[in-house]
Design a protein around this ligand. Structure first.
Ligand SMILES: Cc1cc2nc3c(=O)[nH]c(=O)nc-3n(C[C@H](O)[C@H](O)[C@H](O)COP(=O)(O)OP(=O)(O)OC[C@H]3O[C@@H](n4cnc5c(N)ncnc54)[C@H](O)[C@@H]3O)c2cc1C
Length: 441
């Protein structure tokens, strides 16, 4: 058992890592720069909170394992759950998914991001080992004399002088900016992790809405994804509090306008006319929120030969994905499982073991998105051979998922990280996919 663990960042990644550390440390301190608001309110350090966040089924399962009862609380709070394909309208790769079929007990949840984070934070805060220090900025690491181990974090609590929090283990979950461990390691004599980037130049514009009494839309979640000859898309989510979130997104010059009339016009080209009419009847709540996402970014910590003891990097600080695939929180949850498994084997070689274990879910999510993103950003010629094969296969499966609810449900399980992609290669699924593709012809 370690005496003290410190987690930097109290967003979803940091909260999950801190929960795991409570099993291995007497005390865990979470250091967060922001003022932490009540459940459901946005905050500065998580600007993406104003945009839709789907919690994929495997992410939901892990959340429940770490915080038993949290999913029931989300539902009691009005968070929609996708239990049936009829509740969602997915147009992916230009094809409408079959709306027949059950999702077999493992559900995706569609909370607003601040509501989810607030619920998880409240549960974490209630644990006796946990202290959350808000308005406290991490500014660097304290290291041993030989600089081979991190011994704590240098922090500046709001309005006070810098101080050092001693720690047996520090987990950097400060997000993708690279102003945490990545920035601090070189001054301690360590190489920064090699970085892979995939520029996508994506813009999101989102607006909260309330439907007038008697007006509703039956599908909890509608998603029309981008396709190479139309690199735009939109989503609308039913959310807790009887609200709807409407988001438009587009790549490069195809970005949606930032004002509401422009956003509605943008969505008119993508949504069924009946849905557009319902959206137009709704009352906007507040102003539209805009966010630009320059590209996916992966730091290959697992490739480093030297890394100090007592330090790990977690969540978006390792890898941040094109948000349209909804993967980030679920990958952070899978990293939490990896962290727990690695810590259960002790702290010898912890960083090497953890970064390798985390690279598995990160790599899977990266592969799912990579070839697709190159196509969507007009670089189909750069798609590597391996990703091309994945793209062709996924395209055939998506074609079949239009007609066959079993193929559609299997696709959802793979996409929801419940099962490995190899499950799509089972003879029974391949036969159904083939039959559906032939019937379609
Ligand atoms: C537009 C958009 C939509 C998305 N949609 C989805 C989705 O549908 N589904 C999904 O699973 N994921 C989605 N994501 C990704 C998801 O938001 C992240 O993967 C998730 O928040 C986990 O990130 P994190 O906790 O590692 O980092 P972050 O969420 O970036 O949090 C970092 C935290 O560290 C704090 N911090 C930073 N620096 C310091 C410091 N020096 N000292 C103290 N504190 C510090 C920040 O204030 C913040 O609280 C989306 C992302 C975007 C941008």
């Amino acid at each position: 058992m370690m005496k003290h663990g410190v987690v930097l960042g109290a967003s979803i990644g940091g909260l999950l890592a801190a929960r795991v550390l409570t099993e291995f440390c007497d005390r865990v301190t979470v250091v967060e720069r922001d003022v932490l608001p009540g459940i459901g309110a946005n905050r500065r350090g998580v600007p993406q909170g104003r945009h839709g966040h789907a919690l994929l089924p495997r992410g939901a399962q892990i959340l429940e394992e770490l915080f038993p009862g949290v999913l029931a609380d989300l539902v009691a709070g009005g968070v929609p759950v996708v239990t049936d394909l009829a509740q969602v309208r997915f147009v992916v790769g230009g094809r409408l998914f079959s709306q027949r079929g059950e999702v077999a007990g493992d559900y995706a949840y569609v909370p607003s991001r601040p509501y989810l984070e607030g619920q998880v934070r409240a549960r974490l805060r209630a644990l006796p080992e946990i202290e959350i220090r808000e308005r406290c900025e991490a500014v660097g690491l304290a290291v041993s004399e030989g600089r081979d181990a991190v011994t704590g974090v240098r922090v500046v609590p709001h309005g006070e002088a810098e101080t050092t929090l001693p720690a047996d283990l520090v987990v950097d979950a400060t997000g993708r900016s690279g102003r945490g461990a990545e920035a601090w390691l070189p001054s301690l004599g360590y190489e920064p992790a090699p970085v892979e980037r995939l520029t996508v130049d994506l813009k999101y514009v989102s607006q909260w809405l309330r439907f007038p009494p008697g007006v509703s839309w039956p599908e909890l979640l509608v998603l029309v994804g981008a396709v190479p000859d139309r690199p735009t898309g939109f989503a609308t989510f039913e959310q807790e509090g009887g609200r709807r979130l409407l988001s438009g997104f587009g790549f490069g010059e195809h970005a949606p306008p930032s004002d509401l009339p422009g956003l509605l016009e943008f969505i008119r080209t993508l949504a069924p006319p009946e849905l557009c009419a319902v959206i137009r009847a709704a009352t906007p709540l507040g102003e539209p929120a805009t966010q630009r996402y320059s590209g996916s970014l992966r730091r290959r910590y697992e490739w480093l030969r030297r890394f100090p003891r007592g330090l790990l990097v977690f969540g978006d600080a390792i890898c941040s994905f094109n948000p349209t695939y909804g993967q980030g929180m679920t990958v952070a949850a899978l990293e939490a499982v990896a962290l727990r498994d690695c810590l259960a084997q002790g702290v010898d070689g912890l960083a090497r073991r953890f970064f390798r274990a985390a690279a598995r879910p990160v790599g899977l999510a990266w592969t799912i998105a990579y070839g697709q993103d190159l196509k969507l950003t007009g670089r189909a010629g750069e798609v590597p051979l391996s990703a091309r094969a994945v793209n062709v296969f996924a395209d055939r499966m998506l074609a079949a998922a239009q007609w066959d609810p079993v193929v559609a449900a299997q696709f959802m399980r793979v996409n929801g990280f419940l099962e490995p992609p190899a499950r799509l290669l089972r003879p029974a699924i391949l036969a159904r996919a083939l039959a559906a593709n032939l019937r379609r012809r």
